[in-house]
Design a protein around this ligand. Sequence first.
Ligand code: NAD
Ligand code: USQ
Length: 404
Amino acid sequence: MRVLVLGGDGFCGWPTSLYLSDKGHDVTILDNLSRRKIDVDLEVESLTPIRPLGERLRAWKEVSDREIGFVNIDIATEYDRLAAVVADQQPDAIVHFAEQRAAPYSMRTAATKRYTVDNNIRATHNLLVALVETGVDAALAHLGTMGVYGYGWSGSAPIPEGYLTVKVTTPDGELEREILHPANPGSVYHMTKTLDQLLFSFYAKNDGLRITDLHQGIVWGTQTDQTARDVRLINRFDYDGDYGTVLNRFLMQAAVGHPLTVHGTGGQTRAFIHIRDTVRCIELAIENPPQSGDRPRVLNQVTETHQILDLAKMVSDTMGVDIAYLPNPRREAEANDLIVTNDQFLALGLEPTTLSDGLLAEGTEIARRYRDRADPSKIVSRSVWRQGMETAEDLLTELPADES
Ligand code: NAD
Ligand code: USQ
């Protein structure tokens, strides 16, 4: 298949590009490298020493004898170029990762809120319009998020895959309908993913676009079989308070001897998936697209759920670090149940990789190897959901600066 990977320089996009290339697909990355620029603005770097994209691509050619193309393009602002690439490449499939993906970053300032909405919504809409205008019948797989459903809305009822059956009482009796699951975003970032869903519904209905929306949980891990083949292919590992996600943050914090930064009580339950399963799910999604005329297919891309405090205790017990209970910078439920349906991926053949000592050890090993690159002042999350919220600032002096 000819595949365009939008956002192919990112944490999920890079290993996906390599995986699909390894499987014999003809891959072209479209990316504006904005994620690398945000690191510069935040004065932080991936814990792992990621190489410039050109070097990554040359290294991949060397180790695999396969080429991955690259177009440096802003999907959100360069519509004409995007449409020209789509028309020129005539892709069979497009994987859309190209959005600003950090909830704390999206809540940081007025500017980052506006950037997140402008970037994400325009990128998605430009892509949909480009498909309609060029008439290219590519299968589109978009990375959405479990966060569109919100947490705790339906108590202990399992979260379905995208659609909810509702009964409406009318004068003529009871109507049964399947509707998009009510959206209940917890951040400006998550809100953009709920807006994406409406764009997909419209373009699938109006133009027959074939769209799969992957409601992915929190991705953890770093390496895949492909990124591990050469140090120049190493994947990014975000650990800072805006972009680091919780389990990778805990592994890194343990490696540098920083108390584990549990927000609030740690009673929040979230869905997780290892990066190795992310790349496999993308392959399954583009190999099994919906038909033209179908509504968007929604797949919950998750393999397990965990409570944050349980994860912290697990890491604390194995690595001997303390847990710090910090004031929660977010507005979110202190505790929630979460049962998620992921039947469709299981039926398509996904064999879930679940949290295991081996994988945790691998993460810790990477974090230890590169711990000298960590800036301890960037660990605690300072982006707050509302001005005036209590933050961990007061506790910062009590946390060790660096015990590595
Ligand atoms: P990332 O920030 O590492 O990668 C995103 C890539 O998209 C970056 O390389 C960035 O430069 C590029 N990009 C952003 N805006 C662009 C634009 N306008 N034009 C061109 N390129 C642009 O993020 P990630 O962790 O790889 O996440 C990828 C996708 O998966 C996101 O849409 C995210 O919402 C979703 N997702 C991620 C996770 C996770 O835990 N990382 C979980 C669920 C869903
Ligand atoms: N948390 C802590 N301590 C930390 C960091 C986070 O207790 O040091 C808590 C948060 O308060 C939150 C939970 O852990 O309750 C998850 O936070 P996170 O930063 O790991 O994940 P989140 O902000 O939800 O976002 C990440 C990705 C996003 C993706 C989402 C999937 O950055 O792109 O969409 O996971 S999901 O959470 O399923 O919506």
